[in-house]
Design a protein around this ligand. Structure first.
Ligand SMILES: *Cc1c(COP(=O)(O)O)cnc(C)c1O
Length: 431
């Protein structure tokens, strides 16, 4: 069957043995329809699917591939590490090197613990915050994602500043009864929550530049209010920088906003594409962790020697002078080009970026919270998604995801992407 679509064939095989054919739900293209592309290989700014069709990749494994795929220095470090063994379950010098490298770049952290996924890091940070404060309640915001730990899979309750409901089957309400879900960028609601529950709040966890409801910035006033209220009430401010860490800038969203959180959660870029994540903060809090303190946390593959080699090599490249200036400029040129193309074709559109992370919206102004993001015209987004995919441009297959540019994207890649979008804008009728 020379003309058979290999992606279709693989999807059918996958669905027989893996629920939905994927190991993480958004990959299934459920929101946009169609067959997910099965990737065979990647290089630089591109990957190729099972039909050997090439795509300009704006997902970058959902953030980690900030250098592009297969950066020679990273490949070399990983190859060398693999030859020395895959995993020891005992400490290594490389873990210290990575910890030192992370702490040097994120001054709010005095100590760090390495884990294997963002979910694990956020879940552990939450336990640490509760253990360190001796409090139960936590605050999160609608549209922010902190991995799939039970207490964090919560949607907003019915009233203002009430406790949330589980968003997933299998999460007992008892487990989410201490999770307050508030509206992002809503200062009045935040103040009310602290007024009502301030003395019981262990931590406030936030994506200070949110990348899991497309791309939405916390306003400087809102972020400052989060910091001030946490300080005032003895709650810990936790920045979940799994996506923004080393992505929006060398010092993360905290560097962009100029706000010092108590705890920071990292992932994605720090592993350079390998399973690696971390959480850290002031020494006095981090020393509450086992084996020093009473808060238990552990991991068979934590600080894995191959993953740490990959992360270290990646951090070394992104810490070079001018890296983020160049990446920001490139990402900005994509965003500006898309805006100009939409304007030329009379399409409602707005977009934003920070460092190598961007988001665009099929509406005339940037939304400030989840409810507003969700007013996006689904059919229009899906048409744009599939139009780009046909033209060899791969963006996230859901309108509530951010996009990522890597150092490997060329000006030609950006120009080709803008031109592809222009053609689609031109063909679609403005509403
Ligand atoms: C991706 C992400 C996570 C979860 O990380 P995993 O490695 O997928 O478990 C948590 N928080 C944020 C902000 C993320 O973007």
């Amino acid at each position: 069957m020379p003309n058979a679509d290999q992606n279709d064939i693989l999807f059918e095989r996958a669905r027989a043995v893996i629920p939905g054919g994927v190991n993480s739900p958004v990959r299934a293209f459920k929101a946009v329809g169609g067959t997910p592309r099965f990737i065979r290989r990647a290089e630089g700014a591109y990957f190729w699917d099972a039909n050997d069709k090439r795509y300009i990749d704006y997902i970058g494994s959902w953030g980690p591939m900030i250098l592009g795929h297969g950066h020679p220095a990273v490949v070399e470090a990983v190859q060398k590490a693999v030859l020395e063994g895959f995993s020891y379950g005992a400490p290594t010098e490389r873990e210290i090197e990575l910890a030192e490298a992370i702490l040097a770049l994120v001054p709010s952290m005095e100590m760090v613990r390495l884990v294997s996924s963002g979910t694990e890091a956020a879940m552990s940070a939450l336990r640490l915050a509760r253990g360190a404060t001796g409090r139960k309640h936590i605050i999160k915001f609608e549209g922010c994602y902190h991995g799939h730990a039970d207490a964090l899979l919560v949607k907003a309750g019915s009233g203002l500043a009430t406790f949330g409901h589980p968003t997933s089957a299998g999460v007992p309400p008892e487990v989410t009864q201490h999770t307050l879900v508030l509206e992002y960028n809503n200062i009045a609601q935040l103040e009310e929550a602290f007024a009502l529950h301030g003395n019981d709040i262990a931590c406030l966890m936030i994506e200070a530049i949110a990348g899991n409801m497309n791309f939405v910035r916390a306003t400087p006033e809102f972020a400052a209010r989060c910091r001030a209220l946490c300080t005032q009430h003895g709650a810990l401010l936790v920045f979940d920088e799994v996506m923004t860490g080393f992505r929006v800038g060398l010092h993360g969203a905290q560097g962009v906003l100029g706000i010092t959180p108590d705890l920071t959660v990292l992932g994605k870029v720090i592993g350079g594409g390998m399973p690696l994540a971390a959480f850290g903060g002031p020494r006095a809090i981090m020393e509450q962790l086992a084996p020093l303190g009473p808060v238990y946390q552990a991991g068979t593959l934590s600080g894995n020697p191959v993953a740490t080699a990959c992360g270290l090599a990646t951090l070394k490249e992104i810490a070079r002078p001018g890296f983020y200036e160049a990446l920001s400029k490139k990402t900005r040129s994509l965003v500006d080009g898309l805006k100009a193309a939409a304007a030329a074709e009379g399409q409602p559109f707005d977009a934003d970026s920070e460092g190598g992370m961007f988001g665009f919206f099929l509406m005339n102004e940037l939304p400030q919270n989840y409810a507003k993001v969700m007013t996006t015209d689904n059919a229009k987004f899906n048409a744009l998604f599939h139009g780009l995919l046909d033209r060899g441009v791969y963006i996230a297959p859901a309108l509530y995801e951010a996009g990522f540019v890597s150092a490997a994207h060329s000006d030609e890649d950006i120009a080709a992407t803008i031109e592809a979008a222009r053609q689609i804008f031109k063909a679609s009728q403005p509403r």
